[in-house]
Design a protein around this ligand. Structure first.
Ligand code: NAD
Ligand code: ZN
Length: 379
């Protein structure tokens, strides 16, 4: 492309300060260096993780910064040494990477790449420790290596998944974080057998995707647990067959679930980030075979307490990161699940706004309205 090797001037939504509305600015985006890719972002969406770090309550404040990590785009140009993707390829940026060379990448069981594992405090490229974004020569920092709230961004090639060019980017962009995480937590980690009963704690985007995963895996009873009853109607569309609001009962939710299921659920997936829900999710699985999977990100001081007898009675506790998907190897296949109509994405997308109105997406999330809001970079 004509812009290869040159600085691109484009619009980006810059967070100058914690918790202040993003401001639309013209930024300079430097060309990609060795093992980097410059991407034209077409669609992006807002995820809770952007909001946590934008609010920067209990997180390291790194400002000015360009947030955004769920997106879809097209490769504009590539740096030296990049052979896996070429200009024109359709890609999904991912906040965690796959270098394909470290022990984790070589293990069939792990997706925790040593080189490109998520680092929320780093605001620069790993190659040279510099930012590729600037305004009047002053750096604007990156976020989790993606920074998709910009018309163009630069990423390490190891965090870029090349996908089927036929896939509609305005839909599959939601696969680049939360939806894949919940889906993978069910199909890759909890692995509910056909006909089994699964409990999903927390019915936000991640939990609804976990319910969808349980449905795809063939679970016959999917029990949604949430403190917010407004979530229940929505959750039916994602395969939830029953609901429990812990507030409606005066005994622990583990006991409620045990009574409903003749001793406990076969699998549970926790998608709240709340430590009590994590303990409940473990204690509600059936002895002998039950498996609980933790997905939510807990408070930094949280401690998990349960009686060791719960383990001796043959219950298993697991945790997962990005649903155990390897971004480059596995994400293209998740896109194919959508293309084959085995996975529905439309129902996750409840709102769309043009890029100029990106702050509306933050307002919707603050009000707890909808599931995913797509931000269109071009009107
Ligand atoms: P969300 O806030 O949209 O949904 C969370 C839901 O949990 C809400 O509906 C809330 O009412 C419910 N909830 C809270 N406390 C509860 C409790 N004690 N019992 C029952 N329900 C409760 O969040 P989300 O975007 O769906 O994300 C869910 C979690 O997953 C977050 O902690 C997020 O940080 C985490 N996450 C983890 C990964 C990973 O790779 N492990 C990736 C993305 C997100
Ligand atoms: Zn690796």
């Amino acid at each position: 492309m004509a812009t290869a090797g040159q600085v691109i001037k484009c619009k980006a939504a810059v967070a100058w300060e914690a918790g202040k509305p993003l401001s639309m600015e013209e930024v300079d985006v430097a060309p990609p260096q060795a093992m980097e890719v410059r991407i034209k972002i077409l669609f992006t969406s807002l995820c809770h993780t952007d909001v946590y770090f934008w609010e920067a309550k209990g997180q390291t404040p790194v400002f000015p910064r360009i947030f955004g990590h769920e997106a879809g785009g097209i490769v504009e140009s590539v740096g030296e040494g990049v052979t896996d993707v070429a200009p024109g390829d359709h890609v999904l940026p991912v906040f965690t990477g796959e270098c394909k060379e470290c022990a984790h990448c070589k293990s069939a069981e792990s997706n925790m790449c040593d080189l490109l594992r998520i680092n929320t405090d780093r605001g620069v490229m790993i190659g040279d420790g510099k930012s590729r974004f600037s305004i009047n020569g002053k750096p604007i920092y990156h976020f989790v290596g993606t920074s998709t709230f910009s018309e163009y961004t630069v990423m390490h090639v190891g965090c870029v998944a090349k996908i089927n060019p036929e896939a509609p980017l305005d839909k599959v962009c939601v696969l680049s974080c939360g939806i894949s995480t919940g889906l993978g937590a069910s199909i890759n980690v909890a692995k509910p057998p056909k006909g089994s009963t699964v409990a999903i704690f927390g019915l936000g985007a991640v939990g609804l995707a976990a319910a969808e995963g349980a449905r795809i895996a063939g679970a016959s009873r999917i029990i949604g647990i949430d403190l917010n009853a407004n979530r229940f109607e929505e959750a039916r569309k994602f395969g939830c067959t029953e609901f429990v609001n812990p507030k409606d009962h005066n005994k622990p939710v583990q006991e409620v679930l045990a009574e409903m299921t003749n001793g406990g659920v076969d699998r549970s997936v926790e998608c709240t980030g709340n430590i009590n829900a994590m303990i409940q999710a473990f204690e509600c699985v059936h002895d002998g075979w039950g498996v609980a999977v933790l997905v939510g990100v807990p408070h930094k001081d949280a401690e998990f307490k349960t009686h060791p007898m719960n383990f001796l009675n043959e219950r298993t506790l697991k945790g997962t990161f990005f649903g155990n998907f390897k971004p480059r190897t596995d994400l293209p296949n998740v896109v194919e699940l959508y293309m084959k109509k085995e996975l529905e994405l439309e129902k996750f997308i409840t709102h769309t706004v043009p890029f100029a109105e990106i702050n509306k997406a933050f307002d919707l999330m603050a009000k707890g309205e909808g599931i995913r809001c797509i931000i269109r970079m071009e009107n």
